[in-house]
Ligand binder design. Structure first.
Ligand SMILES: Cc1ncc(COP(=O)(O)O)c(C=O)c1O
Length: 412
């Protein structure tokens, strides 16, 4: 193991440069965990650097150092708005996707105290699920709409639930973090509008992967997070459509036009702006998505053809092109991940935050995936940096690992 090591991040020919002390190594690492987080793009690091060094002004200061920082924050806001297809004034910077989800849900519930119910899906990320759980304990009714075996939302149940006059907000994700399954947000937004129910969309996994163009859709609030699209960790954004009934949850100074108190994370916001600009160019280019889809389909076909009793969770159509959630029946996913990691192949079982527990993921449970498959389900999530060589190497290792585990550690 090359630890302690400083990852320099420059990738070439499937190898990563690792610096250990003064010695440089080329280590073969295959990173297939891009839904957990992504490598920061070199251009993002470059854009942030001046704001970590000399340009350290507070955007609220009126002197030139402060005003430089203010300008950088506003340029980043413009870039993020461009990625989403909305107005720059509708973007509020946050500390990440979790804060954006909390701010959206709590902010609408606090602004609409006369309404006592919320609609959500049964497969949301814990940032939404746990926030609603807390509101449930405070007397808010949480109506969970089920999904089918492919992870698709029951649209009849969703439409019926919207007829309840007590609904304050619907919170529905765009792309699922574990399976990559996409909900039909344009359709969902249209139905919410028909019922005059505000819609919050958790687009943390969708932003930077698919075109969003939300300006033309009746979405009221939407969350994104920079580290999911090659930006820095600890910075995100909440889109709040003009005239939405919503109140801020973080009070303090007048930053973010009184919508989120606290001195801005200037380097993080600058990095997010650069990452948004790069992501915008990628999602506009159909060849980017084709590349990912080709790799993902190759990966899935090879696995299905070479490893028996293997199942893809979530249908191939209507799914992010970068995500494969694969159930290897009768094995524990944790054992697979451990052996893959020994070969420097990195993936996840379920949400990163719930891995470490041997409970099957609540998302796969909600989809009705049987326990013998859910226990052995691994999420592989690609990025544009992955190559066909990565896929071939990962499949070869997986075939050996699954055969070994089924022989030595079978789980009934
Ligand atoms: C769908 C979804 N929502 C919210 C989050 C939370 O984002 P953050 O890590 O920026 O807090 C994640 C992170 O995995 C996610 O996948």
């Amino acid at each position: 193991m090359l630890v302690p090591a400083t990852l320099l991040g420059g990738r070439s020919g499937g190898k990563w440069q690792i610096l250990c002390g003064n010695v440089g190594y080329d280590a073969v690492m295959i990173y297939l965990d891009n839904n957990a987080t992504t490598a920061m793009a070199p251009a993002v690091i470059e854009a942030m650097e001046p704001y970590l060094r000399g340009m350290y002004g507070n955007p609220s200061s009126t002197h030139p150092l402060g005003q430089q920082a203010r300008q950088a924050v506003e340029e980043a806001r413009y870039r993020v708005a461009n990625l989403l297809g909305c107005g720059a004034s509708e973007i509020v910077f946050t500390s990440g996707g979790t804060e954006a989800d909390n701010a959206a849900i709590c902010g609408v519930l606090l602004a609409r105290p006369d309404k006592k119910a919320v609609i959500t899906s049964s497969v949301e990320h814990s940032a939404v699920r746990e926030t609603l759980h807390v509101w449930g304990k405070r007397g808010i009714r949480v109506i969970e709409i089920p999904v089918d075996r492919n992870g698709q939302l029951d649209m009849n149940r969703f439409s019926e639930a919207l007829c309840d006059p007590d609904i304050a907000v619907a919170s529905i994700m765009w792309a699922n973090n574990e399976t990559g399954v996409l909900f039909d947000i344009p359709e969902i937004a249209a139905i919410c509008r028909q019922h005059s129910v505000p819609l919050h969309v958790d687009a943390v996994q969708a932003a930077g992967k698919i075109p969003l163009a939300i300006g033309g859709l009746p979405i009221d609030l939407l969350s994104i997070s920079a580290h999911k699209f090659h930006g820095p960790k600890g910075v995100g954004a909440l889109y709040v459509r003009r005239n939405t009934r919503w109140v801020p949850i973080i009070t303090g100074g007048p930053q973010e036009r009184d919508r989120r108190g606290g001195t801005e994370n200037v380097p993080g916001i600058v990095g997010m702006g650069k990452a948004a600009e790069l992501a915008h160019a990628r999602v506009q280019n159909p060849r980017h998505d084709e590349h990912l889809r080709r790799l993902r389909d190759l990966f899935e076909d090879k696995i299905l053809n070479s490893i028996t009793d293997t199942h893809i969770n979530g249908s191939r159509n209507g799914r992010l092109s970068n995500t494969s959630n694969i159930g290897f029946a009768s094995i524990e996913a944790e054992a697979i991940l451990l052996l893959l990691a020994q070969h420097e192949i990195y993936a996840s079982a379920g949400a990163a935050c719930s891995s470490g527990s041997l409970e099957p993921s609540p998302i796969l449970r909600a989809m009705g995936v049987p326990d013998r498959i859910a226990h052995g389900s691994v999420r592989f999530s690609l990025s544009h940096e992955n190559t066909e060589a990565d896929i071939n190497a990962a499949v070869d290792q997986l075939s050996d690992i699954i055969a070994t585990l089924r022989e030595t550690l079978p789980v009934v």
